[in-house]
Design a protein around this ligand. Structure first.
Ligand code: AOF
Ligand code: ZN
Length: 363
């Protein structure tokens, strides 16, 4: 590897790091960072996209310029945009400031940009290098990329269970299976998502808060997916000062008269059926790149079946609950052959004090 390659990687990694500073705030937009060097290779500016509707990474970097950028180089982890959205096109800025070389890690999957941004830069005579730190950039924006390609939110399903695979006793008792460190880690993980989903059963049974406990100032949207609208009059989720709440109900089965039990501050949406795919699609349209499913067995099973889940987070506690009728993480998938089961790819295994944490992707 030459010195120039090493430097290019260094600056691209810096752009990726800057991009990551927007984590939790950019949706529906991606996390983007930009670094600008002058013609002699000195750092003259940098920027990142920190919120949808605010300047893009490149725009922030050009706004912060300390020196003339003519003949310089830009490093950016996502293809610069060429459309007039909430803000003007970044390619125009790159061209007008006289940049000569652009390192772009990955193409933008957004149809309005996808390949067109790079083409415009090349047409303007800018040398474009694509693919540097590609894997890291794909990983960083996997939620945004998934939402753009599938029009659904990237789903991560979480559950906590005993070492014999139970999520609760047969009377529904489930507080607390895992230790306090695991539970507080869940609050931190929530901060990485745009929305958290539960079903009506979980709301009735657990009355959860579904917050990050202040880990993130702008709390994720809390979503209740209900078939009946038979929800309690008093619930922690009805306190909209803590975080926003959205109730989504199945209009084919719900009793709409029960809507008046829900406080006005709660947002309401209806769907024609209880298909979780429709919910994932609705949330994607509302700008959620990612959703954290913290639901019970029925909804978890339906979400898995419908392809709404891309990743799983499992907390395993050193406890044995036993019992034929204890609660499971899933209800019946009705598999009759081992060829039908979900095959997972474990990507992370950690000890959380005496609990085990496993992250896995669905193959
Ligand atoms: C960039 N740099 O920092 C970001 C980009 O609604 P707008 O105008 O903010 O446009 C959003 C789209 O712009 C988004 O879907 C993605 O294609 C691109 N985001 N592009 O050049 C940035 N955040
Ligand atoms: Zn842009």
């Amino acid at each position: 590897m030459t010195d120039s390659n090493i430097n290019d990687i260094k600056w691209m990694k810096r752009a990726i790091y800057l991009a990551s500073l927007g984590k939790g705030f950019t949706s529906p937009n991606p996390m983007v960072g930009a670094v600008i060097l002058d013609k002699d290779g000195n750092l003259i500016s940098e920027g990142f996209h920190y919120k949808s509707g605010m300047p893009h990474a490149e725009a922030m970097a050009f706004n912060n310029l300390k020196k003339d950028a003519r003949g310089g180089t830009i490093y950016v982890n996502l293809e610069p945009c060429c459309h007039h959205g909430k803000t003007p096109p970044c390619v125009d800025k790159i061209i007008s400031f006289g940049i000569k070389k652009a390192f772009i890690s990955i193409e933008d999957p957004d149809d309005r940009v996808s390949g067109k941004g790079i083409k415009l830069l090349k047409n303007a005579g800018i040398q474009v290098h694509k693919g540097l730190c590609r894997e890291e950039s794909l990983k960083l924006n996997k939620f945004f990329i998934h939402r753009n390609i599938t029009e659904n939110s990237f789903g991560v399903l979480k559950w906590a269970m005993s070492i014999d695979g139970r999520v609760g006793l047969k009377n529904g008792e489930s507080k607390w299976i895992t230790n306090k460190f695991s539970r507080s880690l869940v609050h931190t993980y929530r901060a990485g998502f745009d929305a958290i989903i539960i079903g009506g059963n979980t709301l009735r049974k657990d009355n959860p808060l579904l917050t990050t406990r202040g880990v993130r100032k702008l709390e994720p949207l809390r979503v209740v997916f209900t078939k009946t609208l038979d929800l309690p009059e008093k619930a922690n989720l009805w306190d909209c000062n803590v975080a926003r709440t959205l109730v989504v109900y199945d209009s084919s089965t719900a009793n709409k008269k029960l809507l008046n039990r829900i406080p006005e501050c709660v947002e309401i949406e209806e769907l024609p059926s209880d298909n979780p795919k429709l919910l994932s699609n609705l949330l994607a349209q509302k700008g959620c790149n990612s959703v954290f499913w913290e639901c019970g067995p029925k909804l978890a099973t339906a979400a898995m079946k419908a392809g709404c889940i891309q990743e799983l987070m499992t907390f395993i506690a050193p406890k044995i609950l036993g019992g034929d009728n204890s609660m499971n993480a899933f209800s019946d998938f009705e598999f009759t052959d081992m060829k039908e089961v979900f095959n997972l790819n474990a990507t992370e295994i950690n000890l959380i004090d005496d609990d085990i944490f496993v992250r896995s992707a669905i193959n």
